[in-house]
Design a protein around this ligand. Structure first.
Ligand SMILES: [Mg+2]
Length: 258
């Protein structure tokens, strides 16, 4: 572990007391937090046990799932209609009662995604194991299946193509490069926006649980809240507590529900 954060599990009882008093809003990342990271991103699945815990938690705290996946994709995988879902790092948000909010600025750069996708597919086609995932407002280039010695080449080629698209930018995740609109919008801003949808008027304390570098935007940016990092992404973190793995996430949820 590169961080020295206190364990959310060890402090679970005091956190439960605190949450019982302040009634936080709960924000959960999906991959690596609710569902195990898998070799092929399309295989990711939440266990029945975890799903049940999230469902029960959502009855206690207003809950949203915040993911880099497309909004439809993540909402289908979790399959709890009562929740809010922020997909594509928050560029698209859905909720109960047909609630839907898409980032207007991001809409404008949609045609660029089609262009860059064609271009990148061509540039990367001779590298084995590159896997594209097109979401509405993000293009993910997965390289988990690419040979280690070729991963720098993937990064370089993506960077070269990206130079031609100033309206787009990239972000690095776990074995994935994500092309996004070059707009100041991220999981943290999505959470701040969702706070206005989810909570009662004075309810703006949030608990955010996530495992990846992209979740740092939520740990850092979100005011009046608490961040819990799952595992270790090898970079500096602004989280307040840590959980080792999904099993500890489960135990922590159980503790909150007691
Ligand atoms: Mg994750």
């Amino acid at each position: 572990m590169s961080h020295q954060l206190p364990s959310a599990l060890e402090h679970g009882k005091e956190l439960r007391e605190k949450f019982n008093q302040i009634k936080p809003l709960l924000f959960l990342d999906f991959d690596g937090t609710l569902a195990p990271i898998v070799e092929h991103h399309e295989d990711a699945a939440i266990s029945a046990e975890m799903r049940d815990l999230v469902l029960r938690l959502s009855k206690k705290y207003p809950t949203a799932v915040v993911s880099g996946r497309g909004m439809k994709d993540v909402s289908q995988r979790v399959n709890i209609p009562e929740l809010y879902y922020a997909g594509s790092h928050g560029f698209e948000i859905s909720g109960p009662g047909n609630f839907l909010k898409e980032n207007d600025e991001a809409q404008k750069v949609l045609p660029q995604f089609d262009e860059i996708e064609t271009s990148l597919r061509k540039e990367l086609k001779d590298i084995n194991g590159v896997d594209f995932e097109r979401k509405k407002f993000t293009l993910a280039i997965h390289y988990r299946q690419v040979k280690e010695e070729m991963t720098d080449e993937v990064h370089q080629r993506v960077a070269t193509v990206l130079k031609k698209y100033p309206e787009l930018k990239k972000a690095d995740g776990k074995k994935v490069i994500e092309i996004r609109p070059s707009i100041d919008w991220h999981k943290g801003k999505a959470v701040e926006f969702l706070k206005t949808q989810l909570g009662e008027k004075d309810q703006d304390y949030s608990v955010y649980i996530g495992d990846d570098v992209t979740d740092e935007d939520a740990f850092k940016y979100v005011q009046h809240g608490l961040g819990i990092l799952v595992g270790d992404h090898g970079h500096e973190t602004s989280a307040d507590y840590a959980l080792k793995d999904l099993d500890e996430v489960k135990q922590f949820f159980e503790l909150l529900l007691q």
